[in-house]
Design a protein around this ligand. Structure first.
Ligand SMILES: Cc1ncc(COP(=O)(O)O)c(C=O)c1O
Length: 437
């Protein structure tokens, strides 16, 4: 048993997974038994994309072998079965996130979910958008607030929306420890704020942001909240209703699911007032040559043929995580995250980004090695079979704030062992000598 701080910094007693359980879990992931350059693969890049258990791979295969059909429109048995499985998958994701099924919209990934939202807001700002959409319309004098630690996916769509509507974009700064400056946030979130969009956990720093505090600040001024849950939904228990956010996005491929599928959560009342982004088949009630009337959410936001096999496979992924226990996954990864930062902090010439050892973080650590470019670090680790991510991790403004252009990131998941972390740390300890730095 270990004490693990939750995302709202309350200490809870949670039994973490054990190394033995993780070894059993690894057997479910075929790719983890391959070797790279003669070394057993050590996969520490789940922050970019996670690996898939057999149950996920088989769910997608079984769909194509048995029930492949377009959903919501066929009169034949395969179409009925495909529709049932597709809607069951929606129920599964709704339960995983603490939402209602009609609040779950399938997207291709988190990036598409955030673009869908920003374009729907833009459509609300156009003439003739209608009365229900007025609450989303932005113009001069309105402000959209993000944070300095955002992934470009949760920054650029809001930049574009601000540019097109005349609204202003502001940001909550990050302090030197890689934590959001909440005092500054108090001055930035104001009655002019209409949208507050922020990540739950940083894909660079590992910081877990205080969602409830930020939601409370936004509510006080009547602003809508958008949560980027890309780095939290896969790794910690998440209940959108309990957190109180208005919208949230995630990517399936980061939570053991396939690529090409993601989720946009929105409070039902808001989704049904929001104009659609994409229009076309499967999202209408009646159409004339001049006009169309739209279905309620979620169909209103699901124009065209849907990502059926991917949704079904994502539900298999959510089931795998639920059966393992998200609290235990979180506890395990907190241990791995601490082991990563504690180890990195002792290596001469290595600067760890984000919260110091002992401070709450997800199982992810980015770092800079003095005198060695991140790409060289990544290649050196790859030569030892260790897969990490290098570059700016789609967070250029944050790297600029930290005085860097790039960093190396190791990110864990439920299938990583403590020996994976130790092998990684031993390899990083040899980087500077290898490059003569
Ligand atoms: C915090 C965060 N937000 C958004 C994204 C974008 O995810 P995707 O490329 O799957 O849309 C990522 C992916 O790395 C991320 O880490």
């Amino acid at each position: 048993m270990v004490f693990v701080p939750t995302s709202e910094s309350q200490a809870v007693l949670t039994p973490a997974l054990t190394d033995d359980e993780v070894l059993r879990i690894r057997n479910d992931f075929p790719v983890l038994s391959r070797s790279v350059g003669g070394h057993p693969l050590i996969y520490l890049d789940s922050g970019a994309t996670s690996q898939n258990p057999l149950s996920v791979i088989e769910a997608e295969q079984e769909f194509y072998e048995q029930r492949n059909a377009a959903v919501h429109r066929g009169a034949h048995l395969l179409a009925v079965e495909a529709t049932e499985s597709f809607e069951d998958a929606r129920e599964t994701l709704a339960a995983f996130l603490g939402a209602g099924a009609d609040e779950i919209i399938w997207t291709s990934n988190a990036t598409e979910g955030l673009n869908l939202l920003s374009y729907a807001f833009l459509n609300s700002s156009l003439p003739g958008a209608g009365a229900p959409a007025a609450r989303f319309a932005l113009g001069a004098g309105d402000e959209i607030v993000v944070t300095e630690m955002e992934h470009h996916a949760n920054l650029i769509p809001w930049q574009q929306l601000a540019e097109r509507t005349g609204a202003s974009l502001r940001f909550i700064p990050v302090d030197d420890a890689g934590v959001l400056d909440l005092e500054a946030a108090g001055g930035i979130i104001s009655p002019a704020t209409r949208v507050l969009a922020f990540s739950h956990a940083s894909n660079v720093l590992g910081t877990i942001n205080p969602v409830k505090k930020l939601v409370a600040m936004a509510r006080q001024v009547g602003a809508l909240t958008v949560l980027d849950a890309c780095q939290s939904a896969p790794h910690l228990p998440l209940d959108v209703q309990d957190l109180g956010v208005d919208f949230a996005v995630l990517s399936g491929h980061k939570m053991l699911g396939p690529t090409g599928i993601g989720v946009l959560y929105g409070r039902s009342e808001l989704l049904n007032a929001l104009p659609p982004f994409l229009t076309g088949g499967s999202m209408i009630t009646t159409v004339t040559m001049e006009r169309a009337a739209f279905l309620p959410a979620p169909q209103r936001f699901e124009a065209g043929t849907q990502k059926v096999s991917q949704a079904i496979a994502l539900a298999a992924a959510a089931n795998y995580l639920t059966e393992t226990g998200m609290d235990r996954v979180h506890a395990w990864e907190s241990l791995l995250g601490q082991r990563l930062v504690e180890g990195l902090a002792t290596i001469p010439g290595v600067r760890v980004l984000g919260p110091a050892p002992g401070q709450e973080r997800i199982g992810l650590a980015s770092f800079d090695v003095a005198g060695v470019h991140a790409h060289d670090v990544g290649q050196f680790l790859d030569s030892k079979g260790i897969a990490v991510r290098v570059g700016h991790h789609c967070a250029q403004p944050l790297h600029r704030r930290l005085g860097l252009t790039a960093s190396t990131r190791a990110s864990t998941y439920l299938y990583n062992t403590t020996s994976d972390v130790d092998a990684f740390l031993a390899a990083v300890a040899g980087v500077r000598a290898y490059f003569g730095a």
